[in-house]
Structure formats: structure tokens, C-alpha cells
Design a protein around this ligand. Sequence first.
Ligand SMILES: Cc1ncc(COP(=O)(O)O)c(C=O)c1O
Length: 450
Amino acid sequence: MPQIVHTEGESNTSEARKAWLRKSMGPKSTPLLKRDADVFLHQSLSSPCVSTIAKAEGIWIEDMEGRRYMDFHGNSVHHIGYGHPRLVAAIKAQLDDLPFAPRRFTNDPAVDLAEKLADIVPGDLGKMLFTTGGSDANEVALKIARAATGRFKTISFWDAFHGAGFGAASVGGEATFRSHIAGPLLSGTEHVAPFACYRCPYNHAGPETCGLACAKMVEYVLEREGDVAAVIAEPMRAVPYVPPPGFWRSVREACNRHGALLIMDEIPTGLGKTGRMFAFEHDEIIPDIVTLGKALGGGILPIAACVARKQLDVCGDFAIGHYTHEKNPVTARAALTTLQIIEDEGLVHRSATLGEHAISRLMDELQNVPTVGDIRGRGLMFGVEIVDDRADKTPGNARAERIYYACLEAGLSYKISQGCVLTLSPPLTISQSDLDHAIDIVVAAIKAES
Ligand SMILES: Cc1ncc(COP(=O)(O)O)c(C=O)c1O
């Protein structure tokens, strides 16, 4: 259950990891981990597993040995915490009422959910399809972009993740999802370097100085290719990297100039995680298509959505998202109730204020720590980059891993991204005292390793 994401080149058998496994594996976990490894296909980042899970409740997860952790990862599904009682009750009631809808039979929860999403997504994005997972929602978006523009090329970012399907992996930029698959991915999927001010030579100098070189590169490729159907990207990268001010406005305008659609993948960032309902709202742009998923199912059920501008309803003669659970009333009910909970409990505002508090505490307490390269984020998606030396920014992968295991030991689970970024993303329902306790754990572990 503890989530460590090993990026390319990172050791899967470090001393810190071996020590943790020796300590954490008990009589209940060990046999299950072995059965799991025997029966599941092994793949990078997931199987074999590093731990077991017996309970998930609120912000907490518990393994089969009874160890409890605050879950600051949750695969970005747990905005409302695990097992929110109102959501559990709504799902149970829906199961009794109408458990499934075969294709072509519409139902109240599916239409109610679509109307609700049309209502909360800005602009005239009001037509949609539901899918079971985010990868599929992105593939629907790509198909719409092809049909609407009569073009097939895309621009996306190296290092981005958009899902594991062939189309989604083709626009993705993470090596592990692109490598070792014999044969080509989708053609025409051009990639550019992502925005990442901290790693940029201009180093947060601001748009006046850097001239938004990262956005200009997107336009350069749009212009040189001349026939790009869409730019697809995460509005804020979950690493986390916040876009420089003006980046998205500049890309939006470039898309308009070159006849390309802008697709925002809000699968981890959407529904309040960054302190706005959608992360692109920080940047005052409106995309042509938005994809949502993960937390949409309330941390219980799988449902995702591709929401497009009404004028993009151009695929009526083709099947672009013909999924078995397209209008499943139970998953739709889960999503609708999740949106109601987010609204009724003021979770978007809560994410903004708690996130500000967390980031400013980290900045205050870690400002003089030489192994902290950067602290960044928005709302309750924030992170601390660990370096070996602040001056040359050498990534401190081994140090980050030791910090991670120290935090686990103290009862806090999260994800390490890109080898050295402690990526902290708690539920929006977290109490301030639990958040403060988690920050105490992270700060102490970082200071002990500096
Ligand atoms: C930005 C982004 N897009 C798409 C996906 C794929 O979603 P799913 O795993 O539901 O297919 C993910 C999942 O981590 C993601 O982070």
C-alpha cells in the first residue's frame, strides 16, 4: 500500500527499501504478497506489490499487519476521503434501485451527472461521454479532435502521463509507458519539453525575462507542423509543476492561430485538488475539451468523462466511446454524489486554504535546509524536491528515498515522483491538525537527512 513510484534508473532494491520490507512484512502480508506476485503479470510501478491493504477510511489506510498511514497519494482518487458515508449510502441505494443500464437505455443518474458536469465546466463545454477510466477518456478526446479538425497530429509533453492505452501512451511522455512495446505507437504524436520553471535555465525569472520560451516551443511546433489536431496536456503537472504565469494563455492563443484544439487532462488535478474546481481556471483559459476521472468516482468506483464544447459533437456517425459501462447508473450516481459532497462541504475552498497553509509552513521550516531544492504546488497538490546540493540541483534520489521510508515509519504514505520529489496530495477532507502532523513528519525526516 505505501506508494513509491520508481522512475527510470531508480533502484528497486535499495538498502532503504530492503530494510523497510524486512521490517514491514509480517505473517499476514507475506503470504498474500507471494500469491499476488505469483498470479499477476509483473509490470513496472505496480506488480509485484510492496505491501498489503486491509482498510481504507477517510485519510487513512491500514495494512494487514495493522499499520496505519495517512494516505497522501491515493492515486488522486480520494478527494472526499475513503468510504465517505454519504457516498456509500448513495451507492447502496442506487444498487437497490437500478444496478445497470445496457447500452441505448438511458437513466436518470447518467443524465443528471452529464447535466451537472455541463453546469460546472466553464464555457460551452456541455457535451460528453463517460468511460470507465481516464486513459479511455483521453482517447475519446483524441478521436473527437481528429474528427473535428480532419487532422491527426498532436502535441504533448515529454514526461507527461495520460494513461496506459495505446493512444494515451502515445501522447504520454514517460519512458516506462512507451518503451519495450514492440512496434510503433501512434504516428503524428509530437512531443515538446514540458514547462518546469525550477529546472529551466531561467529558474523562475518570470515571463518578462524568460519570454515564456516553453510556450513558444509549443507554437513553434504548431507552426512547423502546420496541421496539428490538438495540444493535450495536464494544466498543472502532478509532479507537481505549476505552469508559469501566462503559459496557458499563450498556448491557448497559439492553438487558435493554428487551428488546433486544446485538450486539458484534468484527471488528477480536477474537482478541486489545486484549489479551483479545474486547474486550468488558475490560468484563465477555457480549453476545447476536458477529461476527468479518478476522484470523479469518489474513491470507490471507476468512472471518467470526456467533456467537449457543444460544437464538437461531430462524431454522430462513428462509435468513439462505445464502452460497456458508458451509462452505468451506479458509477454515475457515485460521481454525482461526489460532486454534491465537494460542493456541500466547500472542499474546493478548503483545498485552497489548507494548501496555502501547508506550502507556507514548508517554506518557513525548510528555507535554510540545503537539501531542499524547491517547494511548489497549488492547493492540496504540493511537493518538496530533494537535491544533493542546492547550488547545482543534483537530484537527491537516494536521500529522497530514505526520507520516504522514515515518513512511512512515522505513519505517512505518499509518492516520490521523478526520483526526488516528495509528492504530497492528501484528501480535501483532511483536518488541519492531521495536515500539520503530516508536515511535522515530513519536515523532521528531511532535516534528519540534510
Ligand atoms: C494525468 C493523467 N491522465 C490520465 C490518467 C489515466 O487514468 P486511468 O488510470 O484511470 O486510466 C492518469 C492516471 O494516473 C493521469 O494521472
